[in-house]
Write a protein that binds this ligand. Structure first.
Ligand SMILES: [Fe+2]
Length: 264
């Protein structure tokens, strides 16, 4: 891991102290429990070895340092092996509010607390298994549609998912949980549409990454999420993801190639 400067630790501290009260209000209880289990210091970027000491006994997951972009197949296949590819760089002090690429705050404070929850962890592994099966498909056009459908499913669950709960909606998606501003907006704003998750809708729904999401999908619990991933996997095998609605996200050549190479 990098030798972080004092100002980098301060960026973590600022992000953490701004999010803490927001999490108390708007994060789902499994995330809050995960935060407790992981024992982050509020004012210092954690070492991954420390994180994994608390995380791995709970679900077998671990955070693994990566340098730069991880192609889609390798990313999803890591989840199958209960490894989470983790960015270790941190955003600059001038970019506290919006960052197009993940950083260690997004990955460790946004994603990893969810990996302490056994039911959520099982859903992630199942997603990885789905990606592993997708790599058996040799037709690049079919595969491009499947990868797009999977990316949309992942976006509207792991990154931007909401959960119904007694106190109203709560976030479990890490894009929301690591964003000061969007988290409250996602839960409270009348400008956001929120609908129960439907696979047939989500795989055909495009999205833009550079604005607050106007449309979010809800699940009741992570057992339901696990079943939904199962449905995605079955539909893929039945060919129902071969021709989905065009639009965002665009699929990078190297992401598509990573699936084709894996299937060789
Ligand atoms: Fe993410």
């Amino acid at each position: 891991m990098p030798d972080y400067s004092l100002s980098e630790h301060q960026v973590w501290g600022t992000l953490y102290s701004r999010m803490r009260p927001e999490w108390e209000r708007y994060a789902n209880p499994h995330f809050l429990q995960g935060l407790d289990s992981l024992c982050f210091a509020p004012d210092r970027i954690p070492q991954l070895t420390e994180v994994n000491q608390f995380l791995s006994p709970l679900t077998g997951f671990s955070a693994r340092e990566v340098a730069g972009y991880v192609p889609a197949f390798q990313f999803f296949d890591s989840l199958r092996r209960r490894e989470f590819p983790t960015t270790v760089t941190i955003r600059g002090a001038g970019q506290l509010d919006y960052l197009p690429e993940p950083d260690i705050f997004h990955d460790i404070a946004g994603h990893v607390p969810m990996h302490t929850d056994p039911a959520f962890a099982e859903a992630l592994v199942r997603f990885g298994e789905c990606a592993h099966r997708a790599a058996e498909i040799r037709d690049p056009v079919r595969l491009a549609n499947i990868v797009k459908g999977m990316a949309r499913f992942f976006w509207f669950t792991v990154e931007f998912g909401l959960m119904e709960s007694q106190g109203g909606w709560k976030a479990y998606g890490s894009g929301l949980l690591s964003s000061h501003g969007e988290l409250a907006h996602a839960i409270r704003s009348p400008q956001v549409q929120r609908f129960p998750f439907q696979v047939e809708w989500v795989i055909n729904q495009s999205f833009a990454i550079d604005r607050y999401q106007p449309l979010l999908f809800t699940v009741r619990n992570f057992e339901e999420l696990y079943d939904l991933v199962g449905q995605l996997d079955r539909w893929m095998q039945q060919g129902k993801l071969d021709h989905i609605a065009p639009g965002e996200p665009g699929i990078r050549e190297e992401d598509l190639q990573s699936f084709l190479d894996a299937g060789r």
